[in-house]
Design a protein around this ligand. Structure first.
Ligand code: NAI
Ligand code: MG
Length: 502
């Protein structure tokens, strides 16, 4: 019997025959030592299409036993295999090949991403998949540009540094940008000569698995990339706790980030954390209002608001508060909510029932605390699927639950402010510090505020730009370590100092 008898219905609207073929080949397996294997327990779990709540595929449920096996293989590949000592040019070639394969299969990957996650095809096609290819291409270039230094040592000595790989890296990623997050993790790790064990999110394992297949088409040696699908407690926690994993890179909730850090104390593995946010997006009356409305809307509604750096607290100067929130509500009203596979859809469902329930809880909490949904505030009217209407809450103050906690849904909390100091004070009054934005034509004010905001990324007169060449990461409880740019090389190398007596 086919494991996914309802596939045709679950993947309704999918056009790519390659994507359907991939889904048909279910249950999906774990990638260990260059081979696809079932979980040792034989267990599988379902991954759903959140637009219609139907099962897309069964996926191997890896747990501790599988992680142990993957680590054994990874350790051997690292210590004995050719990758850590490969010519940098050869690493470049492999990473470029992965990028090319992602491009070649872009349509299929975009459909799989949309089916599994619910994000509009418009976004998968234009952001996630090309972004993943670009990330591999960017780090392909880095493989040949990882430098040590010659230090100004005593003349009787020659002292230099080597940047060496960290070793076996566990990488735990979330469901909001499944393939892109896999690329952010795998590409710099491989460029530096590490081996990896990737754990995709249980809600969205498919594109990482397809990436695994593509990686097998390259010359990457066996055992350099393992992919273990499974749940947080189980596959994820076994990675976090494993005594023979040298580094863990995690993107996800602040709550789980803290667990990862605690688990790291067993063997003092290195940890980098990219966690939640409640980013302030500050609008001054002298801003280009049309652009500010557009950018702020994209900033909170893109990917159904399931974005760690979403501009979820929209601070609007009190003089323009009503006008701005009116315009933003109008924009929200114009967003086409529906089947994410339709080319014209601009908002799909949330990723899961759990996330849907969580966001509905916040909509309720906002109303109970006295905020008013100027637009939205309700689940979508679709019969099936985890839809939420794009929502703009007005009458919010910065102490309300909807202003303090990460909602991770298409919900903007619009908060008035008086002046520059007030905007900065309120903007920084949060436990998070991932991103922030300011809209103004006054360049001096823009740069002054950019310095004062406690956030890892600040946008001026735009929102949400991310590029592999620029670092990304958090202040405060949004985590530590910087991914992307040359900074990711710091995460995936360690420095050795060598002295030679002349
Ligand atoms: P999560 O933090 O539980 O999941 C992220 C990843 O961590 C998944 O791969 C999951 O399997 C893994 N994980 C979960 N528990 C683990 C454990 N004990 N040990 C090791 N790995 C573990 O996030 P979840 O529950 O999916 O979403 C909850 C909230 O987290 C969201 O509403 C949102 O506020 C936030 N979040 C933030 C993200 C970001 O990009 N910063 C991404 C996803 C969620
Ligand atoms: Mg899914």
């Amino acid at each position: 019997m086919g494991a996914t008898p309802s596939l045709e219905s679950a993947a309704r609207g999918a056009k790519s025959s390659a994507a359907l073929e991939f889904l048909r080949n279910s249950p999906k397996k774990l990638l260990i030592n260059g081979k696809w294997v079932a979980a040792k327990s034989g267990k599988t779990f379902e991954t759903l299409n959140p637009a219609n709540e139907e099962v897309l595929a069964l996926v191997a449920e890896g747990d501790k036993a599988d992680v142990d096996e993957a680590v054994k293989i990874a350790r051997k590949a690292y210590e004995e295999g050719p990758w850590a000592s490969a010519r940098p040019h050869d690493r470049t070639k492999v990473l470029l090949k992965i990028a090319d394969l992602i491009d070649k299969h872009a349509e299929e990957l975009a459909e799989l991403e949309t089916l599994d996650n619910g994000k509009p095809l418009f976004e998968s096609k234009n952001i996630d998949i090309p972004g993943a290819a670009e990330t591999f291409r960017y780090y392909a270039g880095f493989a040949t540009k990882i430098y040590g230094e010659t230090n100004p040592s005593d003349p009787s000595m020659f002292n230099y540094t080597l940047r060496e790989p960290v070793g076996v890296c566990g990488q735990i990623i979330p469901w909001n940008f499944p393939l892109l997050m896999a690329a952010w993790k795998i590409a710099p790790a491989l460029a530096c000569g590490n081996v990896v064990i990737l754990k995709p999110a249980e809600q969205t394992p498919l594109t990482a698995l397809r990436l695994g297949e593509l990686i097998l088409e390259t010359d990457l040696p066996q055992g350099v990339v393992q992919i273990i699908t499974g749940f947080g407690p189980g596959a994820g926690s076994s990675i976090a706790e494993h005594p023979d994993i040298d580094k863990v890179a995690f993107t996800g909730s602040t709550e789980v980030g803290k667990l990862i850090l605690k688990a790291s104390t067993g063997n003092l593995k290195r940890v980098s954390l990219e966690l939640g946010g409640k980013s302030p997006n500050i609008i001054f009356p002298d801003a280009d209002m049309q652009q500010a409305v557009f950018g702020s809307s994209i900033g909170i509604f893109m990917n159904q608001g399931q974005v760690c750096c979403a501009g979820s607290r929209v601070f609007v100067q009190e003089k323009v508060y009503d006008q701005f929130t009116d315009s933003m509500s109008q924009f929200a009203k114009s967003i086409t909510l529906g089947n994410p596979l339709d080319a014209s859809t601009r908002m799909g469902p949330l990723v899961s029932k759990e996330q849907h329930d969580r966001v509905k809880g916040y909509l309720k909490a906002g109303k109970e605390e006295g905020a008013k949904a100027k637009i939205g505030g309700e689940p979508g009217k679709q019969e099936r699927g985890y839809f939420i209407e794009p929502t703009v809450f007005t009458g919010v103050n910065n102490q309300m639950k909807i202003a303090r906690e990460e909602i991770f849904g298409p919900v903007a909390s619009a908060i008035p402010f008086k002046d520059e100091n007030d905007a900065v004070f309120q903007g920084n009054d949060t436990t998070y510090g991932l991103a922030a934005a300011v809209w103004t034509k006054d360049i001096s004010r823009a740069h002054t505020i950019a310095r004062k905001l406690k956030a890892g990324t600040v946008w001026i007169n735009t929102y949400g730009q991310i590029d592999p060449m620029s670092p990304f990461g958090g202040y405060k409880q949004s985590g530590f370590g910087r991914e992307l740019g040359k900074y990711a090389i710091d995460l995936y190398t360690q420095i050795k100092s060598v002295y030679l007596k002349l």
